[in-house]
Design a protein around this ligand. Sequence first.
Ligand SMILES: Cc1cc2nc3c(=O)[nH]c(=O)nc-3n(C[C@H](O)[C@H](O)[C@H](O)COP(=O)(O)OP(=O)(O)OC[C@H]3O[C@@H](n4cnc5c(N)ncnc54)[C@H](O)[C@@H]3O)c2cc1C
Length: 696
Amino acid sequence: MATMSRSGYGSDDEDSTPAMRRLRRLSLHLLQPSDRPAPEGANSLVPAACAGRRRAGGLDADAAALTAYLRGRHRATQDRLYRFFVERPELHTPVELPMAAHRELCFRQMAALVREAGVRPLSLMADDPDEYFAVMEAVGGLDISLAVKFGVQYSLWGGSIINLGTKKHREKYFDKIDNLDYPGCFAMTELHHGSNVQALQTTATFDSVTDEFIIDTPNDGAIKWWIGNSALHGKFATVFARLILPLQGKGGEPADMGIHAFIVPIRDLETHAVLPGIEINDCGHKIGLNGVDNGALRFRSVRIPRDNLLNRFGDVARDGKYTSSLPTINKRFAATLGELVGGRVSLAYSSVGILKVAVTIAVRYALLRQQFGPPKQPEISVLDYQSHQHKLMPMLASAYALHFARRYLVDKYSEMKKTNDEDISADVHVLSSGLKSYITSYTAKSISICRESCGGHGYAAVNRFGGLRNDHDIFQTFEGDNTVLLQQVAGDLLKQYQQKFKGGTLSVTWNYLRDSMSTYLSQPNPVTARWEGEDHLRDPKFQLDAFRYRTSRLLHSVAARLQKHMKTLGGFGAWNRCLNHLLTLAESHVEAVILARFIEAVKSCPDAKTREVLKLVCDLYALDRIWKDIGTYRNVDYVAPNKAKAIHKLVDYLSYQVRLVARELVDAFDLPDEVIRAPIGMQSEAYAQYTQCVGF
Ligand SMILES: Cc1cc2nc3c(=O)[nH]c(=O)nc-3n(C[C@H](O)[C@H](O)[C@H](O)COP(=O)(O)OP(=O)(O)OC[C@H]3O[C@@H](n4cnc5c(N)ncnc54)[C@H](O)[C@@H]3O)c2cc1C
């Protein structure tokens, strides 16, 4: 008697009962993603092509040509770092590692990068942010803890000196931060306040007699919490505190000048002992990122020189007089936080890198893994199941979409740093909030889907999904909680919307609203709402119009709702009443930006064959998103029932088409096996590498 498989489908010999035959027919049906004939040479049961190049439905996918187009300007730097680490196995992070050893290793990895590989991260951040982000991505390929530790040292501690300080601070600290002589922290968050930075309670009171600031933690809620690099390695911290000027209030009471940043030495430079008045405790074991030493700090009358105020946006003179080029506390606060966008850009960038790793492992494994098949024929790859294509192919398309979006973000950020242009800065602030939020949420969800799509072997720690998921998860929260950041995007859209009606101009990223509002706010055209031809659905104009239509409607309707609720609930209450609507608006806008960049990237691709492949991937990204939100489009009759059905069918068909070139598409990410590391995600001999891993 034949053995039963675990799913109960049975072996081929058992294909004799009517129920079993029905199941067989069903599984065969599921292999045909649409009722159109499969293109020649594209029978999913017969692997088609030679390595690195594959034809699908007339498309010619060449991984090398795709790589050439995707490659960032600084891929050579990344390669150099990968090679550096390959040659230094003692710096590799093992799968199992106690917290203390992991933290020590992380510091050694960072020191090796700086002192042996000769990387100068802070100089890169100041001179060529694009290269800095590429380095961040490469070190994240080694260990995400390392990337975060690196980010704390350079984007945050170093970034605070560059962006919030002045020449005297640069001269004193820049080189020593760059070469790691001065490991430091960024101490903003407190036990009671993370997102609401304006409510921080730590104080920095000016003492005009000694010409010092006195840093205090007034209550336990003000203990600085989660501060990276502080539990073990940091020598300094940039502490965010309320600047208090005694006797300068209207009635002679202390004047609170709002949140400012101060350099506070926390450990002795020679002995590394914690300095007097400072108490540091360890935040302990975390869900992930245990290579980073997060700590909690309490200050008791800690005195620092007046010069330690990072005084770019506000200063205190020797006589205690406060000066600032910005007129109000709110403006100074916005300017201060506005300078910290680099951290968000870096997280968005790294998150795309992590998504590529996860999707590469899942797709390679899905191509390799075979389960079930038609009677008396070989088993098929699990990626030939429509359900699997549905899970992974839109995700692969999204990885491409987000790749081009992050490129745009970094270009804009670099432009902002070069020009200091106010409009570009405003744009980058909102763009980085939106993309950081959207990308990190998407990657977090996708890693879990990838794990699940690899079945039991996806659960082995060595195959990485657990580590990736746990280490990446907090990307959704730090550098601005995603829900809070999306509200900034919504707030900005509303501001622009109001300005538009007052005759103002729109910033670059939102430009489309100018054209779209009048078009999109008229009733949907009942004729085009029924168009269902493939050419129409795959026309970028239709796709982009649909995305922008959705944003415009959401914006228009939420503006009206806010106005209505404002009368009874006030601004705060009205905002809260419309909050989910506002978040949907922000996400919708971010998706429209992403699609626009993807379409642009397809158009600009110089190689016709590569362009065709990218167009296929872009179509899948766009139509999958429209299908996922089809209820919205149906509700307003933007899409008639026949069109909705056609979109659904086309998404399945495009997923199938993308599946046919999936290997080339993940190979094109050009991630070396040392970065992938999961045995099941290796380019060759995956099973052999996996069995070796457990000792065979
Ligand atoms: C591993 C790790 C490392 C960190 N490193 C540092 C560091 O080096 N330096 C530093 O200063 N900080 C650091 N942080 C702190 C981090 O920046 C904060 O956790 C983050 O800003 C969120 O703040 P919170 O934890 O207070 O969350 P909260 O703001 O309390 O949020 C809790 C929940 O409430 C929701 N929420 C809050 N406000 C709103 C709102 N207005 N509307 C709707 N929902 C809302 C959020 O979405 C969230 O789900 C780190 C945190 C972790 C976990």
